[in-house]
Structure formats: C-alpha cells, structure tokens
Design a protein around this ligand. Structure first.
Ligand SMILES: Nc1ncnc2c1ncn2[C@@H]1O[C@H](COP(=O)(O)OP(=O)(O)OP(=O)(O)O)[C@@H](O)[C@H]1O
Length: 189
C-alpha cells in the first residue's frame, strides 16, 4: 500500500514481470500509475507490501532505469554534454553518447544547448539515456507524451529491442504500447 499526501493511492495491487516482458499500467488520471512506478523505483515509501527482485547479482536499485515526466537536462549544457554528464554519474556503460543520439535521431543537435530543445526532442534525449546506461528494468512513465509519429516509432523499436534482449518494462500509459504487453489496470474507472 502506498499513500500520497496521507491518502491511500495504491492498495491490493499485485503483478509479476519476467525477463522479456512488458506490462502496460493503465487507469484514469490520478489512479496511481506514476505512484506505482515510483514505488517500485523506491522513490516513494510503501506503507505495506513488497517489491521482489530475484536477480542475486544486481540489486533492484542498480537494475532499474526510471524514466519520469521530468527530463533533468541542464539548460546551458549541450545535448551531448548533458548525456556525457549523466553517463558518468550513472555508470553501467552502454552506447557511447554519439551513438545513443544517432539511435534517437538527434545526432545533428549534439552541440545545441538543451534549453533550445523542443518538448519532443527532450523526450528523445530521455530515450537516449536508456541506451547510454544499460539496465534491465525500465520504468517508463508516459514515454510517448509529446512524440511525433517518427519518434513514437523510434521508441517502439527501442522498447522492442529491450524486450527481445530479455529486458523488462513497466510502462504507465494512456495509449496502446508498440510491443506485445500484458495490461495492469489500476484504480476505479
Ligand atoms: N506528493 C503528493 N502529495 C499529495 N498527493 C499526491 C502527491 N503525488 C501524487 N498525489 C496524488 O496521488 C494520486 C495518484 O497520482 P499519480 O500521479 O500516481 O496518478 P496517475 O495515474 O499517474 O495520473 P495521470 O494519468 O494523471 O498521470 C493523485 O490523486 C495525486 O493527486
């Protein structure tokens, strides 16, 4: 059980997620989708219940990549420098910065200060982060918000690759996912 502002938001929710699986978390505005992802990530405390993680080699916190609503970009740093900084802080090497930018179609903007990126471009940078730092469990909160059709297709390809390589994804979304996924509906409709 998880409370927000002293009020119970999540109660009686249970699910499992296996390697190579995606789970779409659906529900009305305010149902608690973001709260669920944040609770799994350890960003909000649980009053009761548990999050199990069976990989003995890598603890859950190090296995998790949380993709939230905020893009966490330093406005005066270039797109590439933002990613380089983040890569250094987060560890777990994945693709080099320029390759991650290429994968999301932003390599032509590597020198642009992040302050000038559009909303959709900022989301694409957030996708690039998923590739810079390889982690098996993706917690994605409304990943397709502000995306055009091309970016949505790029996201679909990234998610499909992640799942195909044994990754796991828990995705809060109001839209159908671009990969085969089980659904977890939360909150009263
Ligand atoms: N810090 C907070 N303090 C008090 N209430 C909060 C806080 N954060 C979230 N809530 C409340 O918790 C409930 C669940 O919010 P949450 O953001 O998890 O919903 P959601 O399903 O992701 O919604 P949406 O589809 O609108 O993004 C909402 O009623 C929200 O107002």
């Amino acid at each position: 059980m998880v409370k927000r502002g002293g009020r119970p938001v999540l109660e009686g929710i249970g699910f499992t997620l296996a390697p190579g699986e995606a789970l779409a978390v659906t529900g009305r505005n305010g149902a608690g989708k973001s709260t669920l992802l944040r609770a799994v990530a350890g960003l909000v405390p649980r009053e009761a219940g548990r999050v199990g993680w069976t990989d003995k080699d890598v603890p859950l916190v190090e296995a998790t990549h949380y993709f939230g609503h905020l893009d966490a970009l330093k406005p005066t740093l270039s797109t590439a420098d933002n990613l380089a900084l983040w890569s250094k802080v987060a560890g777990a090497p994945g693709l080099p910065v320029i390759e991650a930018l290429e994968a999301v179609g932003l390599d032509h903007l590597e020198d642009l200060p992040a302050a000038y990126l559009s909303a959709g471009q900022r989301r694409r940078v957030a996708f690039a982060r998923l590739l810079l730092v390889r982690r098996p469990l993706w917690l994605l909160d409304e990943p397709t918000a502000a995306l055009d059709a091309a970016a949505e297709a790029t996201f679909g390809a990234l998610l499909a690759d992640h799942i195909a390589s044994g990754g796991l994804a828990l995705v809060a979304t109001h839209r159908p996912l671009p990969v085969a996924a089980r659904a977890l509906a939360i909150g009263a409709s």
